[in-house]
Design a protein around this ligand. Structure first.
Ligand code: NZQ
Ligand code: ZN
Length: 387
């Protein structure tokens, strides 16, 4: 196992009715900006529950943070917050709203051009942020308990990530009952996103981190067992609770401790969203099977372990078992009605591999993956195999 440090300051309130606890943790006398998305929270009662819990607080709203939140929209919130001297932000929504609020929180006190935080990778050097909390409405990204954020820029078709220790939510409320109104497509997205978060931190090479491996396999098995139940019936509270906690655990920092991590699937996937607007999780379902195939020598031992412990694959040559493990993964995505080929989402895909490679080279991203050997040539091969 590799050395590690670990600190996660986010307080979690999990379960039915927990939104009512908001006033216990929201700073008294705060001037709050309540930030949310396209309005689903008004249809499912979450908005009313939040106001009920925060009676007496001074609240202004910022609505309209879109899926794959954009710099253009978020800067409007930054201006509003600066004008109104906001001292606390409450994100009510999914990964997009929470990621958006992380950006708003550090952009408000930022002296320069906030886009530089993303483009010039200034996350680690940030010194100031407006504190924030979240009420999560869709299990998927883990943003509710991590310090990362992904923001898109419409004008330039970019989608970039940043992270800062200042960007952990102070608290997050996870009430699985809010999932009842989720469209099936979003439930499937959440399952696949969480699944891939585990894979990015697990499917690398062995370093003797037995506990991290088994936690990872436990989350994968839980997603395979519980995810389809929620996909069929979002009113199944028990399954929803298990899915929600699995998605949080998949990316709250525990799995990456003491192990190498990959993240190349995410980096390539972000470009597919930037170029074609494909849902984040679906880009991962397009890229990951090809990435596992192209990088299978690197990932051989873990692919065999994954096949055996997660899918029960014990028979056949190593080559056959690896292919079976990847095929099972794809079949799982298909069972959630998620297409795993780029051509199912756009007819304009022929130049995609070259475009992504050009973008990566221009940013100096020539060595991705756990062994830093996902080179531009490999990226090209992976993307072309995904057409
Ligand atoms: O905007 P509203 O009206 O709220 O509708 C949303 C949105 O249309 C809807 N929704 C959410 N909760 C609902 C609901 N509809 C009905 N009932 C509910 N309870 O679902 C749609 C999608 O929401 P979004 O927040 O975009 O989904 P998700 O949580 O999957 O977030 C995706 C974003 O997170 C980033 C992705 O790149 C993408 O931009 N990620 C963030 C990460 C992080 N911070 O650690 C890691 C991830 O890998 C990912 O990159
Ligand atoms: Zn993801």
């Amino acid at each position: 196992m590799l050395n590690f440090e670990f600190h996660n300051p986010t307080k979690i309130f999990f379960g039915k009715g927990q939104i009512s606890k908001l006033s216990e943790v929201t700073p008294k006398n705060a001037k709050i900006m309540l930030a949310y998305g396209g309005g689903s929270i008004k249809q499912n009662g979450v908005y009313d529950q939040v106001y009920q819990a925060l009676q007496g607080y001074d609240i202004i709203e910022f609505a309209g943070i879109e899926p794959n939140p954009t710099y253009e929209t978020l800067m409007q919130a930054v201006e509003l917050a600066r004008r109104e001297n906001i001292t606390f932000i409450l994100a009510v929504g999914g990964g997009s709203v929470i990621d958006g609020v992380k950006f708003i929180s550090v952009a408000i006190p930022f002296a320069g051009e906030p886009w530089d935080i993303l483009e010039k990778g200034l996350g680690k050097s940030l010194t100031q942020a407006i504190p924030f909390g979240s009420v999560l409405t869709i299990p998927a990204t883990g943003s509710e308990m991590n310090s990362g954020s992904v923001v898109s820029r419409k004008a330039t078709k970019q989608k970039l990530a940043f992270g800062s220790p200042l960007c952990f939510p102070m608290f997050s409320v996870l009430d699985p009952e809010v999932m009842r109104t989720l469209p099936a497509r979003q439930i499937a997205n959440g399952i696949v996103d969480a699944y891939t978060h585990v894979m990015e931190q697990y499917l690398t090479y062995p370093v003797g981190a037995a506990l991290q491996d088994r936690i990872a396999e436990g989350i994968l098995l839980t997603l395979i067992e519980q995810g389809p139940k929620v996909y069929q019936n979002p009113n199944d509270y028990e399954a929803a609770a298990n899915l929600m906690w699995s998605a949080t655990m998949a990316l709250n920092g525990l799995l990456r401790l003491g192990v190498p991590t990959d993240w190349a699937t995410h980096m390539i996937g972000h470009e597919l969203t930037a170029l074609f607007g494909i849902d984040h999780a679906r880009t991962l379902a397009i890229v990951s099977p090809s990435l596992y195939r192209v990088m299978k020598e690197n990932k051989k031992e873990k692919l065999l372990q994954y096949g055996e412990r997660v899918w029960g694959i014990k028979e056949g040559t190593e080559e056959e078992r690896i292919e079976k493990a990847i095929a099972q993964t794809v079949a799982f995505y298909h069972s959630l009605d998620i297409d795993t080929r780029l051509s199912a989402y756009t007819s304009d895909y022929q130049r995609t591999a070259n475009e992504i490679v050009d973008r990566f080279i221009s940013r100096g991203w020539k060595q991705l993956g756990e062994k830093r050997d996902v080179t531009p040539d490999k990226v090209k091969e992976i993307v072309e195999m995904s057409y």
